[in-house]
Design a protein around this ligand. Structure first.
Ligand SMILES: Cc1cc2nc3c(=O)[nH]c(=O)nc-3n(C[C@H](O)[C@H](O)[C@H](O)COP(=O)(O)OP(=O)(O)OC[C@H]3O[C@@H](n4cnc5c(N)ncnc54)[C@H](O)[C@@H]3O)c2cc1C
Length: 678
C-alpha cells in the first residue's frame, strides 16, 4: 500500500491478484474458493493476494433480504427420486433466453457448493437419516428446493465470512465504488482495478479515494435495487451496473426482472406460508380508513378467491401466464390496480378472507383440493390465518416481530415490488465477462433466462464464485498486479474523478436525492411489471436527457456525504437508460408479456372485464408472449456515439453437449490444464 498526491488529493494505492467487489453470499464464497485454490497450488500467502471491497459488510440482498423460508434451489437430494445436472439445466432453460452451458454448470456444481455451505455451518434441515429435505418452489417441477429459514442467504454470507476471516483475507468496508479503471482498447481492453471513496473518512477537504489495482476483478455487487421506487431490495442496494456498463461490459437480458408481492414498511417477500395461511387482503384510503375487500369484486366465489391467495405462496413472482381464467397472478394485478387508485393494500393475518355479499363465508374445508390437502397434510386447519402461519412457520411471524411488526396485532402493508434481476452481465462458462480478467458473479451476472425456479439465484451465485475462482487461479495465476505500463491512463482517470467530485461540491442545482427519486419513479412506472411501448419510449427519452444533464451540468452535493449519493445517482441514471433502452428495443422487436411482466396492448387479451383502462374505460388488455424470441438473448452495450447511449444486439443462446467422456483423456486434459482453454 502507498499513498500518492494526485490532483491535490491523497490517493491510497493497494495491489492484489484479485479484488472482489461485494460481500454478499456470492462475493464471500468466491473469496473462500480463491484462497483454497491458491493454497492447494502451493501459492505463498494467498490471503495477501485477495481483497474484498464493499460499501457495507452488513448490506446487500444476501444479508438483508428474505421471505417466509428463503429458498436455496439445488440438485435433488431425495434418497429415492433420481435427479441429474442435465434435468436441472433443462428446468433452468425451459422458459428461454438462457445459455445452456451456464445452466449445466449450475447443475453440475450445485451439490458441491451446497455441501460446501453445509460444511461452512449453514443449518439446512435433514431427517434422522441425514437426507436434506426438499420442497417445491415456483417454476420447479421437482422438489429441489431447501431452506435454512427466512434468513438463508444471511446465514450463507455469515458462515462464509467466518471462513474468509479465518484465512486472513482483508475486507475493506465503507468503500463506495466510484470508478472502474480501464486500460487499453478493443480486444486488449482490461479493467486494471477499482477506485473507491471511503464513506467513513470522506470530508470537505479529503475525498478519501483508494485505488485497488488487480490482475483480476470479480464484480459481486448484487442487483440494482435502488433503480425502483416500489422495491423489496434492501434500502441502499445500488449495485454498480452503471459503472460496469460505462467500463464496457456487455449486459444480457436486462429486460428480465422479477416482481412480486412484498411488505413495504419492513421490506420482505410475502411468499410461501405467508400466502398459504390465506390471510384477508383488503385496501384502505391513504389515511388508513374506508377498508374494502376489493378482491371480492373480481372472483365468482370464495372458494376460487381463497384458493388463489393460497397459490400465491408457491406461485409467488408475478407471471403474465397465470392471469387468465382467474390465475393466481390476477391478485398481483388487482393489488397494483388498487394502489394505482391511491389506496393502500394490506394482508391481515387476524382474519380469514372476507367476500362479497353474494359469496359464501370462508370455510377452510371448501378450498380447492390442492390448497385444502396441503393445509390438511401440514396440520394447518386452524381457525385464523395467524394460527395457521404460526403453526406452519413460527419463524415467519418472528422475523416481523424482530422488525417491530406484530402480525397478531396489525395488518401488513404490501405492494407489487421489484425483487430480482434475472438479467445482468454476460459471462462465459467460467463466469468471465466480455472483458478478460473481469468476472461477474451473483445477481450481477445475467445467467438466468426469462424465468427461474425460486431459489436458483442463490445456487447460481455460489457456483459462479467457485467457477471464477478456479479459472483465475488455474488459468491466470496468482501474481499480484503491478502498475501497468499505461499508468498515465490510470492517473488521468483518477484526475478526472477528483475533478468531477470537486465540480459536484456546489450548493445549488439538482441534488443527488432528487435525481435518484426521479429515476426510481420512472423505472417503477415504465419498467416494472406493467410495460407499454409508447410510455417506455418517452421514459427512455427522459432518462437519456437526465443522464446527459448530469454529465454536462453535474449534481449539487451540498456536503461530503452527498458526494456518495451523487456517485450513485450518476451510475443509476446510466443504468436506467440501459434498462429502458433494452425494454424499448425488445418491444419494437415484437416482444410480448413474459417472465414477470405484462405488455399492454389494446388488441391483446383482456385481463379481466372489470380491470379497465382509466383513459378509455375499455378493459385493459395484454399482448401474449412472442415465443419466437425465446431463442434470442438481447445484449446491451454502452456506445456514446448512439442517441440512446446503448446498442442492442440479439444473439443465439449458447448450447452445450453432455456426451460421455473417456476417463483417461479427460484426466490428461485436467492435469495439463486443457480444461481452461476455451
Ligand atoms: C426480498 C428478497 C427475497 C429473496 N429471496 C430469494 C430466495 O428465496 N432464493 C433465492 O435464490 N434468491 C432470493 N433473492 C435473491 C437473492 O437474495 C440475491 O440475488 C442474492 O442474495 C444476491 O447476492 P449477491 O452476493 O450477488 O449480492 P448482494 O447480497 O446483494 O451483495 C452485494 C454486495 O455488494 C455491495 N455493493 C452494492 N453496491 C455497491 C457499491 N455501489 N459500491 C460498493 N459495494 C457495493 C453490497 O454492500 C454487498 O456487500 C431474494 C431477494 C430479495 C430482495
Amino acid at each position: 500500500m502507498n499513498t500518492q498526491q494526485i490532483a491535490n488529493q491523497p490517493v491510497t494505492f493497494h495491489r492484489y491478484n484479485t479484488v472482489i467487489v461485494g460481500a454478499g453470499a456470492a462475493g464471500m464464497n468466491c473469496a473462500v474458493h480463491l484462497y483454497e485454490f491458491m493454497k492447494r497450488k502451493g501459492v505463498e500467502a494467498p490471503q495477501d493476494r485477495i481483497a474484498v471491497v464493499t460499501r457495507g459488510l452488513g448490506l446487500g440482498a444476501s444479508r438483508m433480504s428474505g421471505s417466509d423460508k428463503q429458498t436455496y434451489y439445488k440438485l435433488g437430494t431425495s434418497p429415492n427420486v433420481p435427479d441429474c445436472a442435465k434435468a436441472f439445466a433443462d428446468t433452468l432453460t425451459a422458459a428461454g433466453c438462457c445459455h445452456a452451458d451456464l445452466a449445466l454448470a449450475e447443475g453440475i456444481s450445485s451439490l458441491r457448493e451446497f455441501y460446501h455451505l453445509v460444511q461452512a455451518g449453514v443449518a439446512f434441515p435433514t431427517d434422522s437419516m441425514g437426507t436434506f429435505i426438499g420442497y417445491k418452489t415456483d417454476h420447479d417441477p421437482a422438489e429441489r428446493a431447501t431452506s435454512a429459514g427466512p434468513k438463508t442467504s444471511r446465514f450463507m454470507s455469515e458462515c462464509l465470512q467466518k471462513q474468509v476471516e479465518r484465512s486472513g483475507i482483508r475486507f475493506f468496508d465503507n468503500q463506495e465504488l466510484a470508478h472502474l479503471l480501464t486500460v487499453g482498447s478493443g480486444k486488449s481492453k482490461r479493467i486494471a482495478g477499482v477506485v473507491t471513496v471511503d464513506g467513513s473518512r470522506i470530508s470537505e477537504s479529503n475525498h478519501a479515494i483508494s485505488v485497488f489495482l488487480a490482475a483480476n476483478v470479480v464484480l459481486a455487487a448484487g442487483g440494482p435495487g435502488e433503480l425502483y421506487e416500489t422495491s423489496v431490495y434492501p434500502r441502499g442496494q445500488c449495485g454498480v451496473h452503471g459503472l460496469a456498463l460505462k467500463a464496457g461490459l456487455v449486459a444480457e437480458n436486462l429486460t428480465e426482472s422479477q416482481f412480486g408481492l412484498a411488505s413495504t414498511k419492513f421490506r420482505w417477500n410475502v411468499s410461501g406460508t405467508y400466502m398459504q395461511a390465506i390471510p384477508r387482503i383488503f385496501s384502505t384510503d391513504a389515511p388508513g380508513e374506508q377498508a374494502r375487500d376489493f378482491l371480492a369484486d373480481f372472483f365468482p366465489s370464495m372458494k376460487t378467491m381463497a384458493t388463489d391467495i393460497f397459490l400465491k405462496g408457491y406461485q409467488w413472482p408475478f407471471d403474465p401466464q397465470k392471469i387468465e381464467n382467474l390465475g393466481s397472478s390476477l391478485i398481483d394485478i388487482l393489488v397494483f390496480n388498487e394502489r394505482q387508485k391511491g389506496r393502500r393494500v394490506f394482508l391481515d393475518f387476524r382474519q380469514n378472507p372476507l367476500g362479497a355479499r353474494s359469496m359464501q363465508p370462508f370455510h377452510i374445508d371448501e378450498l380447492e383440493p390442492e390448497a385444502f390437502e396441503y393445509l390438511r397434510d401440514a396440520k394447518a386447519l386452524q381457525k385464523t390465518p395467524i394460527e395457521r402461519l404460526a403453526h406452519m412457520n413460527p419463524l415467519a411471524v418472528e422475523i416481523y416481530r424482530e422488525h417491530g411488526i406484530d402480525l397478531h396485532k396489525e395488518p401488513l402493508e404490501i405492494a407489487v415490488c421489484a425483487q430480482h434481476n434475472n438479467g445482468g452481465f454476460a459471462v462465459n462458462k467460467w463466469w468471465e465477462s466480455s472483458i478478460p480478467h473481469t468476472f461477474v458473479i451473483g445477481e450481477m451476472a445475467g445467467t438466468h433466462g426469462v424465468k427461474r425456479p425460486g431459489g436458483s439465484a442463490l445456487n447460481a451465485g455460489q457456483v459462479g464464485g467457485l467457477r471464477a475462482a478456479e479459472y483465475i487461479v488455474h488459468a491466470y495465476g496468482s501474481d499480484v498486479a503491478h502498475l501497468p505500463d499505461n499508468s498515465d491512463e490510470i492517473e488521468q482517470q483518477i484526475r478526472g474523478l477528483v475533478d468531477k467530485l470537486e465540480r459536484w461540491s456546489k450548493p445549488s442545482g439538482r441534488t443527488p436525492q432528487e435525481t435518484i427519486e426521479e429515476i426510481q419513479g420512472r423505472m417503477t412506472a415504465s419498467a416494472a411489471h406493467i410495460r407499454e411501448q409508447n410510455d417506455a419510449s418517452e421514459s427512455l427519452r427522459k432518462a437519456v436527457q437526465l443522464y446527459r444533464s448530469i454529465h454536462d451540468g453535474g449534481l449539487a452535493a451540498r456536503d461530503s456525504q452527498s458526494i456518495i449519493a451523487a456517485l450513485q445517482a450518476e451510475h443509476l441514471a446510466l443504468s436506467s437508460v440501459a434498462y429502458l433502452k433494452a425494454l424499448v428495443d425488445l418491444l419494437v422487436q415484437g416482444g410480448g408479456s413474459r417472465g414477470s411482466y405484462l405488455v399492454l396492448s389494446p388488441r391483446g387479451i383482456p385481463i379481466h372485464p372489470d380491470v379497465v383502462d382509466k383513459a378509455t374505460g375499455e378493459p385493459l388488455a395484454f399482448k401474449p408472449e412472442n415465443q419466437d424470441l425465446r431463442d434470442k438473448i438481447q445484449q446491451v452495450e454502452y456506445d456514446d456515439r448512439t442517441a440512446d447511449l446503448f446498442r442492442c444486439t440479439m444473439i443465439e443462446p449458447r448450447t452445450v453437449s453432455v456426451g460421455r467422456k473417456s476417463f483417461e483423456p479427460a484426466w490428461r486434459e485436467y492435469r495439463e490444464g486443457g480444461i481452461y482453454q476455451i
